[in-house]
Design a protein around this ligand. Sequence first.
Ligand code: FAD
Length: 310
Amino acid sequence: PFDVLIVGGGPSGAAAAIYAARKGIRTGIITERFGGQVLDTMAIENFPSVEYTEGPKLAASLEAHVRQYGVEIITAQRAKALHPAAREGGLVGVELDSGATLQAKTVILSPGARWRQTGVPGESEHRNKGVTYCPHCDGPLFKGKKVAVIGGGNSGVEAAIDLAGIVEHVTLLEFDGKLRADDVLQRKLKSLPNATVHVNAQTTEMRGDGSKLQSLHFTDRSSGETRAVDLAGVFVQIGLLPNTEWLKGAVELSPRGEIVIDDRGHTSVPGVFAAGDATTEPFKQIVVAMGAGSTAALSAFDFLIRHSAP
Ligand code: FAD
């Protein structure tokens, strides 16, 4: 069996693998693809010590770093179920789509998350060409330009406030009749001179020339009127979905489906740890995910020391 088996090869899983393997224990990673969301990212400018890099480049150097330690990397495989140990300190099973089950003394769950998309015409064509999901990452690209945020929950309103400090003007669209964000955030947004809010706004299209986004189209659901906003960027903030459907019933999940962890990366199941965007950790960023992966690996090692036969 593995001493540590990691499920998910994004930044959190890669960091966990490096930290585990450096303890000289048998470490494996099973993942659909190595690099995770980073593979879908163009410019990365907030990874401390690296002024600028690109997703595929960062993913390749993460993989090279992990391989250097002889970690067993199993790609193009999906885990479909987790089988907790029968007794604390026993073996945990990770069942794969292929039907095989891998056994491990400890498991680190790092399956990450995916952004919920609006699904309207033009959205996927203009992804990274004006359509984005990460204000912390891409806000500065739209300095002095006009943008919109879709989604009036906390993340949408926070994004709009954040962006208003950088861009020329921000339009926030909410499908519902009112914003759902905390009052203090709504008041802050309404006090900003360069922010406009539309409620009852159903986004219908993101239009551009295929290489650059140019306008956002929506229907005012109260009047039926169709409207358009000329802009350079759209930030879609309608939810981040953790890749945890397969863990229901096996580990404790939050109402949003995030794996509940404590500050040491423990889940509700002894010997099972978790890290990254799939967890209750509030900030979904590469450097945060890597820190959490390292924490989970050190906790797994601590668990092994306490539960291995002398
Ligand atoms: P992920 O990166 O999501 O990796 C999880 C991996 O697990 C994936 O490879 C997935 O295929 C695999 N997996 C999932 N389920 C299973 C399963 N059942 N079996 C096997 N494998 C599975 N952050 C920044 O800090 N700076 C940025 O500039 C930045 N830009 C971004 C741009 C975009 C377009 C996106 C989408 C995100 C961006 N982020 C950025 C956020 C950052 O990418 C994430 O916070 C980070 O990748 C999370 O790492 P993770 O390891 O938790 O999960």
